[in-house]
Write a protein that binds this ligand. Structure first.
Ligand code: GLN
Length: 435
C-alpha cells in the first residue's frame, strides 16, 4: 500500500492531518523514500495551509516555504499538513476548530501541542516518515515527549522561517520530529542553513548531524529549578533512572542552577502575546483565507472577520498582547519581560561554561486526559509550559528524547545545549536512546 493511502487510513483513527497532498512525488537525494509531514503553519504549495485557524480556511499557498523546497530538493515526498493549536496557541492541541489528534498511547489523552499532529503521525507511521514541526515556547518538545518520539528544536536562526505563518517572530523556530535521533538529525541536516529569503538565518556551516557517536566525558548539568515542586514524582523518578544509567556509562552529572527560571513563564507569555497580537492584525478577510460579504466600514468588516475567524484563545491573546504594549503599561509589562529574558539568557550562558548539555524532564506530567484538560483554566494551560519556555526564550537548541514511561505513558528527557551546539546535543540524545 502506498504511504499516502496508509496515512489516510491511520488518520481516520488518530486525526493528525488537516490536509493531504493530492499525490506523492519523490526524487533522488538524502530524503529519497521518505514522506515528510508538515505542521499546518508552514506553507506548502498547492495544499491548504491554515495554521489551525478558521481565519485561514481556504488559503492555498502559491509557494513552498524554504524548508519544504529543501526537502523536495533532497527527494522527499510531501504528505500534507498536520494538526496544531490555532497559530500555535496552546499546549494540548485542543485550541482549534479543526482536527484534534488523539494520543497514540491512549486515545482519551492529548497528544500535546501545539504540534500535536506532527508527533502523533511520527509515532504511528509504519512507513518511512519524518515531520517538519515548529516551536515558539515548547511546541515541539511537549508533543514529542507525550507521544514518545524524538523532537528537535534548533537554535534560533539555524533554520529558515521563510514561508512560516508566524506566531512570535523573536521566538519562532522551525524544527523536526522523527522516530529516532538519527532520523530527526537527518531532516535537521537537510533544512538547516542560510536562505536568501530570511536574513535572520545564521550562515554558520551545517555539520552532518547524522554522524552520531558517543561524547567522551559528557558533562550533563542537572538544573535544580527543573526538579521537585510542580513535577510529578513518578515522571521525575523515570528521569533520574535515565540520568543514573547515563552516569554509569561515563557521563558526569553536575548540579547547576538557573536562578531566573521562576520568572521565565510570565516573561514568555508577555513577549509571545505582544508579538502575536501584532502578527494577527494581517488577518483581515481581504488578502487571505476567510472572506465575507463586505458591509459597513473597514472596522466593522475586520471585526466581523475576526469574530468569525479567531477562536477564543486567539482573541484572548490579542487582547492581552495589546494590553501589555499599550502606552502606560509597556514599561511595567513588555519592557520588564524583555529584561527578564536577558537574565534567563545569562543563566544559560553561565551554566554552559561548565556543562555540555542540561537535562530535565520535558514536561512536568504525562499527557493529560481530555476530560482533565476541560477542567483547566487558561492560566493552568500556560503553567504546563514551565519547563520548556526558558530555553525557548533563550533561543538555545533542545531535544526531547523518549526515556521510559510513567502510568504506561511516554516520558521525555529534555536535553538543552548552548547556541549552535546541536551536534553535541544530538549525540547525547543518541546515547540516551541507546541506554
Ligand atoms: N504552549 C505555548 C504557547 O501556547 C507554546 C506554543 C508553541 O511553541 N507554539 O504559547
Amino acid at each position: 500500500m502506498n504511504s499516502l493511502k496508509r496515512a489516510k487510513e491511520l488518520d481516520q483513527e488518530y486525526h493528525f492531518m488537516n490536509a493531504f497532498a493530492d499525490s506523492l512525488d519523490s526524487g533522488e537525494g538524502r530524503l529519497k523514500g521518505y514522506t515528510v509531514s508538515v505542521k499546518d503553519n508552514v506553507c506548502v504549495k498547492g495544499v491548504q495551509s491554515t495554521a489551525g485557524s478558521k481565519v485561514l480556511e481556504g488559503y492555498v499557498p502559491p509557494f513552498d516555504a524554504t524548508v519544504i523546497a529543501k526537502c523536495r530538493a533532497e527527494g522527499a515526498s510531501i504528505l500534507g499538513k498536520t494538526t496544531q493549536d490555532e497559530f500555535g496557541f496552546g499546549t494540548f492541541n485542543v485550541n482549534t476548530p479543526f482536527n484534534k489528534p488523539l494520543n497514540p498511547h491512549d486515545p482519551e489523552r492529548s497528544t500535546g501541542g501545539s504540534s500535536g499532529g506532527a508527533a502523533c503521525i511520527t509515532a504511528v507511521a509504519d512507513f518511512p516518515h519524518l515531520a517538519i514541526s515548529e516551536s515558539t515556547g515548547g511546541s515541539i518538545s511537549c508533543p514529542a515527549s507525550w507521544c514518545g518520539v524524538v523532537g528537535v528544536t534548533p537554535t534560533y536562526g539555524r533554520v529558515s522561517r521563510w514561508g512560516l505563518i508566524d506566531y512570535a517572530n523573536s521566538l519562532d523556530k522551525i524544527g523536526v520530529m522523527g522516530k529516532t535521533v538519527k532520523e530527526a538529525a537527518l531532516l535537521l541536516s537537510v533544512i538547516s542553513g542560510p536562505d536568501k529569503y530570511d536574513s535572520t538565518v545564521l550562515d554558520t556551516p551545517v555539520p552532518d548531524y547524522t554522524e552520531l557517536e558517543s561524547v567522551e566525558e559528557l558533562k550533563v548539568g542537572v538544573p535544580k529549578e527543573y526538579y521537585g515542586e510542580g513535577i510529578n514524582s513518578d515522571v521525575e523518578k523515570t528521569i533520574w533512572s535515565t540520568l543514573k544509567k547515563l552516569e554509569s556509562k561515563g557521563a558526569k552529572l553536575i548540579d547547576v542552577s538557573l536562578p531566573h527560571t521562576k520568572y521565565a513563564l510570565s516573561s514568555y507569555y508577555i513577549i509571545a502575546m505582544a508579538e502575536a497580537s501584532t502578527n494577527l492584525s494581517k488577518f483581515s478577510g481581504l488578502r487571505y483565507g476567510l472572506q465575507e460579504h463586505i458591509e459597513g466600514d473597514f472596522n466593522q468588516y475586520f471585526s466581523k472577520i475576526r469574530t468569525l475567524g479567531f477562536g477564543d484563545e486567539s482573541k484572548r491573546r490579542v487582547m492581552l498582547g495589546t494590553f501589555t504594549r499599550m502606552a502606560g503599561y509597556r514599561d511595567a509589562y513588555y519592557l520588564k519581560a524583555l529584561k527578564v529574558r536577558t537574565k534567563v539568557i545569562e543563566d544559560f550562558k553561565h551554566a554552559f561554561e561548565a556543562v555540555d548539555v542540561l537535562a530535565a524532564p520535558t514536561m512536568p506530567v504525562v499527557a493529560p486526559r481530555f476530560d482533565e484538560i476541560e477542567e483547566l483554566e487558561p492560566i493552568q494551560h500556560y503553567m504546563m509550559d514551565i519547563l520548556t519556555v526558558a530555553p525557548n526564550l533563550a533561543g538555545i537548541p533542545m531535544v526531547s528524547v523518549p526515556c521510559g514511561t510513567s502510568e504506561d505513558m511516554p516520558v521525555g528527557l529534555h536535553l538543552m545545549a548552548d547556541h549552535l551546539q546541536e551536534h553535541t546535543m544530538l549525540r547525547a540524545a543518541w546515547e540516551v536512546e541507546n541506554l
